[in-house]
Ligand binder design. Structure first.
Ligand SMILES: [Zn+2]
Length: 461
């Protein structure tokens, strides 16, 4: 292989490892040793670690400081936007610049005395222990802390192997064990904090982000026991279920033990944002009818549920209708303007032949200042809706619809599914599925604001 080819290949590998080329969704790596397989899959599910290709993780490669900063930053949901850093050897053009700046400002990693970060330098096991200890707040000797917690085991020769460089596979194992105690070598989670849920229908997830699957649900005012927090999420035991709950929806009971507060301070700009929810049809206008359901009822139920979720955040939220009343199309966009809306989300269900199925989202693409944001809003919600119901992806597309065209703010119109299709309609008739869809739309709205640079991590459900 020519030298330049080696260089290009190495460069591409670094890019894809950092996730620049997008996540490898299926963790079907064929080169991960079995000792690390479940931990790698776990971190891949949380979009913390990606493969070099869809089948290759290159598990025995060394890790650089820039990569470690990226993985820690993703785990703690820090700001990873590429930007200028305080270091002379790390510019905005480096894919890791944002996470490096974030982990350094949190005191998790630091640079050299001559103002360099050395992003390409390989990390040793000893350095890894220090970084993990700082990232997760372990006290005492870092290597001893990892041994005590069952996160690391010593080398065969009885030492920690502090000076050995760490491989990608070993790092994945360490990190997964730090995040989720169920991966540790021994049971060391102490659920010492008495906590109470503050909202209904609260998801318990297998990891500390909404990328992780829901493993259980609890209602409001439910007592849970908390162990530790990661980013804006707390590892809890609720009955027989252990997993992560958004810390924002937990409070301490009786103040006996205080959990660390939500690590990300709330974004004061959120309170200045008004979200308009527009359940379609109503009153004399049933909208689509099929399989024993009326569109006007389904979309009102969805709107009320999304409203309930948003009401627990600093956002302002207004509904064009919250009861079964008829409203003219032009009055919906007029209402949005009068309320000073910042985004507009219209909720509908589709109808066609019995075989038509799927989820789609519309935005208005003719010249107006909000085309790009309308599309972004549609795409973010569409992605969440697809993940929720797993129906056919009918895409985010442009549509000349009154409530979109006449609006003066980023606006999207959602078609949850086809009321005329028995499979889609069965989802609409299910309370559990409707809750799932409403949570998806809510998280999609947060995704939009996150993409626009707002801090919304504490509010994901
Ligand atoms: Zn409709």
């Amino acid at each position: 292989m020519k030298k330049w080819m080696t260089f290009v290949l190495a460069f591409c590998m670094v890019l894809s490892f950092l996730g620049i080329q997008g996540p490898v969704q299926a963790a079907g790596f064929n080169d991960v040793p079995s000792r690390a397989a479940k931990e790698v899959n776990y971190l891949n599910e949380g979009k913390i670690i990606y493969g070099v290709t869809s089948t290759s993780l290159v598990p025995e490669a060394t890790l650089t400081r820039g990569q470690v900063a990226t993985f820690i930053g993703r785990t703690l949901q820090l700001n990873g936007d590429q930007r200028d850093t305080r270091f002379s050897d790390l510019g905005k053009g480096n894919a890791a610049s944002g996470f490096v700046e974030s982990v350094v400002s949190k005191g998790i990693m630091s640079g050299t005395s001559d103002n360099k970060f050395l992003p390409s330098k390989a990390v040793t096991r000893g350095e890894m222990a220090v970084i993990l200890s700082k990232a997760f707040g372990y006290s005492g000797n870092p290597e001893q802390a990892l041994l005590n917690l069952g996160i690391a085991s010593g080398m065969g020769d009885g030492t920690f192997g502090s000076d050995e460089t760490i491989t990608r596979a070993d790092f994945a194992v360490f990190l997964a064990r730090a995040v989720n105690p169920s991966y540790r070598l021994k049971s060391t989670a102490s659920f010492n904090s008495k906590l109470v849920s503050t909202t209904s229908n609260l998801n318990i997830r297998s990891g500390p982000s909404t990328d992780y699957a829901t493993v259980g649900k609890i209602g409001a005012n439910t007592a849970v026991a908390g162990a530790h927090s990661i980013g804006g999420w707390t590892y809890v035991k609720a009955g027989s279920v252990t997993g992560f709950i958004s810390t924002y929806y937990l409070r301490t009971s009786t103040g006996t033990v205080t959990m660390p507060p939500v690590t990300e301070s709330s974004d004061s700009r959120l309170a200045g944002q008004t979200i308009i929810l527009d359940p379609g049809h109503g009153g004399k206008d049933s909208g689509a009818v099929g399989n024993g359901l009326k569109e006007k009822d389904i979309v009102l139920k969805t709107g009320l549920q999304v409203n309930n979720l948003l009401k627990q955040t600093p956002f302002n939220v207004k509904m064009t209708r919250s009861t079964d009343v008829f409203i003219e199309l032009k009055d919906r966009s007029k209402f949005a303007k009068n309320q000073g809306g910042d985004i507009f989300v219209s909720i509908h269900a589709n109808s066609a032949s019995a075989s038509a199925t799927g989820t789609e989202t519309y935005y208005y693409s003719a010249a107006n200042p909000h085309v790009a944001d309308s599309k972004l809003l549609g795409e973010k919600i569409q992605a969440r809706m697809l993940a929720a119901w797993n129906l056919r992806d009918r895409d985010t597309k442009s549509g000349n619809l009154s409530v979109l065209r006449e609006n003066t703010m980023p606006a999207a119109l959602l078609e949850l599914g086809f009321i005329s299709n028995s499979g889609d309609a069965a989802k609409m008739a299910s309370d559990a599925q409707m809750n799932k869809m409403s949570t998806a739309i809510y998280n999609g709205i947060l995704d939009y604001y996150k993409a626009k640079g707002y801090s919304v991590n504490p509010y994901y459900k």
